[in-house]
Write a new protein. Structure first.
Length: 573
């Protein structure tokens, strides 16, 4: 069998990655992972899509300890996938580009013991145990990659970018568990204020809803007998167990219904959509793509880019790609765009490759591109052969004078002509101007003006055409430690783990139990692990009954404790 090389993260996406620092995971962290995975393996193996259990083994994911992402990267390679560690929330454009590249972004942190049932913040349980296993299914894998290609091009509004940052801050406060009530209230208020400013449904929201109700919280099969494939369900002890109950409404998958349905990431979902097959999802994704700016082009798509206030790319009919922050459009009397303006660093590319000499250094203060048909020239300039260019005096050293049907006028001395794939994409001028009627819009003398060639805008999408060259790579500080590294309770969990791995005895278990009773009276998970071992080696021992009674007492402290302990005990039975 031919060896498949592990995936390598593209340079411009490395700014979102971090070292896993595997040694920083505490014994409590591993115990949390083990509890969730035992629940998933035992309670969901008959409820999840058939690829789930097999995928757990194939993707190097152990039930007993947190996975090493480097090992996952190698194990996923035969399925055309890899894995990379990221630090929490990342922008949607980047997240979907990881998927388009066949790389699963895995958050390095793990939920705290207090949030074991459900966490609003992404963590390694969600990514590794939820997303990774089913990627072994070829049909599902193809859908996720294709949806990544679609999602990375979705345009959001500036208000949504602000809302994303507010939600990230709020969910991180909830997960960390050390924020004050005032800090949480202030963060929630900021989320609400940002959300109130979002007044229209953008492409990014539509894509987000589609992703949420499929990849994150999707069911597959029939309404009477659905199976779980959504990562949010497979990684949540609470929602995964309840997903197939009558308490959760099951709705037949319908693309339009899905994108009309909003969601709340901080609460369990009251309803779920059931698709018939993964092919149905792929077909719906392609249908969704047809309505998006990257396939529609035109003025409406450019308007979406202006509203985003972030990096976007406009593709002209010649194939020239203009990447920057599209800040303004000059329009004609019919409200059609005739001039595109970008602010700040801009780059030009063709077929995803930056043009030599046309990076952000040359266009650091923005770019302006007239678009439209040229009057009195039957053939678009972009389609002209060298002879045809010469016949129209469009040669280096000649004086260019163009009048567009929309009223724009361009003149200047030609100093360079750029062609790609037999297409004229750029003409560089000096000593000239761009005007409309009597109004000069741009004037240039000795400094060059690069005239973009294109009669129309064929595509507009979020992000850069050539991300490797456009984005500045920011080195991340990896000097981070996961929470609770110095918690004395970790010593107890470490001893319990050692007992389990090296042959449990009643005497060793009794010593750890004494430590719990002396210093950690309300810790339920450590007692559950002790009871699990005693249930195996000494089910009739007095200590077994004692710990079971303590667990029953802890169940009375809260509804969560009752649920968690009951589910832990049910596995043993």
């Amino acid at each position: 069998m031919q060896t498949v090389k592990p995936k390598t993260v593209p340079k411009h996406l490395r700014q979102y990655t971090v070292n896993q620092n595997y040694e920083n995971y505490t014994p409590i962290n591993h115990a949390v992972w083990r509890y969730i995975m035992r629940q998933n393996h035992n309670l969901l193996k008959d409820r999840a899509h058939e690829a789930y259990t097999d995928g757990l083994k194939a993707s190097a994911i152990s039930i007993d300890h947190i996975p090493n992402v480097d090992e996952m990267n190698e194990s996923l390679a035969p399925f055309g996938w890899g894995a990379a560690t990221i630090d929490g929330f990342i922008p949607g454009v980047a997240f979907f580009e990881f998927q388009a590249q066949g790389i699963l972004p895995v958050v390095d942190e793990i939920r705290q013991l207090d949030n074991i049932l459900y966490t609003p913040a992404p963590d390694i349980v969600h990514e590794a145990a939820g997303h990774a296993p089913i990627l072994a299914d070829p049909e599902y894998s193809a859908f996720v990659k294709r949806f990544g290609e679609i999602g990375m091009k979705a345009l959001a509004t500036k208000e949504e970018h602000d809302h994303f940052e507010a939600v990230r801050h709020y969910s991180n406060l909830l997960e960390k568990g050390n924020a004050t009530e005032e800090e949480i209230a202030a963060a929630k208020q900021q989320v609400d204020e940002c959300e109130a400013k979002i007044t229209e449904l953008s492409e990014a929201q539509i894509v987000g809803r589609f992703f949420w109700w499929t990849v994150e919280f999707g069911l597959i099969g029939s309404l009477d007998d659905p199976k779980i494939y959504g990562a949010g369900l497979l990684s949540s002890v609470g929602e995964g167990a309840n997903a197939l109950s009558d308490d959760v409404e099951k709705i037949p998958f319908d693309k339009d219904k899905v994108i009309e349905t909003d969601f709340d990431i901080t609460k369990p979902q009251p309803h779920l959509f059931v698709c018939k097959s993964f092919q149905q999802l792929l077909d719906a994704a392609e249908e969704l793509a047809e309505s998006m700016a990257f396939m529609q082009g035109g003025t409406e798509s450019l308007d979406k880019a202006v509203k985003s206030g972030h990096t976007a790319t406009a593709v002209l009919s010649s194939g020239l790609q203009i990447t920057g922050t599209i800040s303004e459009l000059l329009k004609d009397d019919n409200e059609e765009a005739i001039l595109i303006k970008t602010d700040g660093e801009t780059a030009l590319a063709f077929e995803g490759e930056q043009l030599q000499g046309h990076g952000t250094e040359r266009h650091q203060h923005g770019f302006q591109a007239p678009i439209g048909h040229v009057t009195n020239i039957d053939k678009p300039i972009e389609d002209m052969t060298d002879n045809e260019l010469s016949n129209h005096q469009l040669e280096i050293g000649e004086c260019l004078s163009l009048t567009y049907d929309n009223g724009l006028q361009v003149n200047g001395e030609i100093t360079a002509i750029e062609k790609r794939n037999e297409k004229v994409i750029l003409i560089t001028l000096t000593n000239g101007s761009v005007s409309r009627g009597q109004d000069p819009l741009i004037t240039f003398k000795e400094e060059p003006f690069d005239l973009a060639i294109g009669t129309s805008v064929s595509s507009v999408f979020a992000g850069a055409a050539d991300g490797e060259n456009f984005h500045t790579v920011i080195e991340q500080d990896d000097e981070r430690e996961l929470e609770s590294a110095d918690d004395p309770l970790n010593d107890v969990y470490a001893r319990i783990r050692n007992i389990r791995e090296h042959g449990p005895s009643v005497e060793a278990i009794a010593d750890s139990h004494s430590e719990l009773n002396e210093n950690h009276t309300n810790d339920w998970l450590s007692r559950l692990e002790l009871f699990e071992m005693l249930h195996e080696i000494a089910p009739d021992a007095p200590l077994t009954a004692t710990i079971l009674e303590e667990l029953r007492q802890l169940q009375t402290l809260s509804d969560d404790y009752h649920t968690l302990i009951e589910r832990g005990l049910s596995i043993l039975d």
